[in-house]
Design a protein around this ligand. Sequence first.
Ligand SMILES: Nc1nc2c(ncn2[C@@H]2O[C@H](COP(=O)(O)OP(=O)(O)O)[C@@H](O)[C@H]2O)c(=O)[nH]1
Ligand SMILES: [Mg+2]
Length: 467
Amino acid sequence: MYPADTIVAPATPPGTGAVAIVRLSGPRAIAIARALWRPLARADFADLVPRRLYLGEIRDPATAAPIDRAMLAVFPAPRSLTGEDVAELQCHGGVYLVRRVIALATAAGARRAEPGEFSRRAFLNGRIDLTEAEAIADLVAARGEAALTMALAQLSGALAARVTNLRRQVIAIRAHLEAEIDFADEDIRLPSRDDIVRDIDSLAADLTALHDSFARGRIIREGARAAIIGKPNAGKSSVLNLLLGTDRAIVTPIPGTTRDIIEDSIALGRIPMVLADTAGLRESDDPVERLGIERTRRHTAATDLVIAVFDSSRPLDSDDAGVIAMCAGRVGVAILNKRDLPPRLSADLLLVRGLELPLIEVSALTAAGLPELRDALAHTLAELSASDPGAAIDGEQIAISRERHRDALSNAIAALAAARASARSAMPPEIVAVDVMAAADALGSITGLVGTEDVLDALFREFCIGK
Ligand SMILES: Nc1nc2c(ncn2[C@@H]2O[C@H](COP(=O)(O)OP(=O)(O)O)[C@@H](O)[C@H]2O)c(=O)[nH]1
Ligand SMILES: [Mg+2]
């Protein structure tokens, strides 16, 4: 079993709380816990039933000074979080107290855990695969209902099962190629190269569908990014404040007030949205303002949706036309703002000028139209994160949400394309098989079946201590 030492860390966040959990894992976990803790009741430690809580007392073994009342549960290997012996002390949630208990454990022979080390041990001992380890991190980081649902599905092994199934199909293709090698001289009906190319094509289509689910998976996991754009004074900062319900951005009648991008997030329905207020878009001679505008353009290009604000109290001008142009081909919502003022710009004119986004009439000043705006945004978000029915695999709505998965799938797809080309050009089966196996390895790296230390280091580094 992976490493021989015993690690300790708080499993609860630093700070004051009712309870803090100190977790130990490794061959000496139970012995160390036992050195610090003794039961209050008559029960002998030897009688402790696994996975049951016992009330006791933590004492400093060196001085016998009592430290805290605490509960202890033991989880002998292999039926534990890490697959090793695990002990969990539930003490009172005090900052100093937890530090003291950890110090007692290290004095008794435990080592402080690195970030993610418990999960890493769970992976190395075969308790979880990499997608499940990632799902735990995602579950903890989830900021919305959709992210939670996706992380839970991944934790239950849905993604791992899908990837394992695809990998099995890749290996089946290699088996066909091996048959070509083994039975080349015999009079047996073997899968033709056409059969093999057809199998590769169908598999590549499935891999591509999973690969392309990244767009919506990322939005579900991280939230959608939206840029509020419009000409100066249209009311962009006011719209940000309206949506956030706070005075986050400075609002003034002076055009060009917002120069830096201000971001904050709101929850609409099942997915969080990160809103960015931007510098007004207009022709400008001011170098500082131009830098802000350039930054706005770059930022907006990288967002998932745009929220375009138009000022209904002023006639359409060339700056508005520039905003309409930036909305071309984008997903988002347009706002005809300042509807409390006499109208000088109509929704129809914006449509005639080529605006294709749904348009909501709002007054950021009076909050009129806010419910409609929130609905329109929630609808757009739902569309962004909904799966394309054509992309559903066996009716399952599995999405990848990490670049690591996406890159592995890209590699697998590229390897299959190479295999297809060599299968088509009548290359010997051994050559085709090399690329087929590269595809299998790329898929195996997603669950950790095939892996390197670097991948593990990068992955578990994002975990916090004690996880
Ligand atoms: N009457 C009215 N004034 C508004 C409305 N929205 C914004 N304003 C005003 O328009 C000016 C510019 O607003 P601001 O949000 O800073 O615009 P930005 O430059 O696009 O960020 C400020 O004086 C706001 O008070 C609105 O719906 N109605
Ligand atoms: Mg502003």
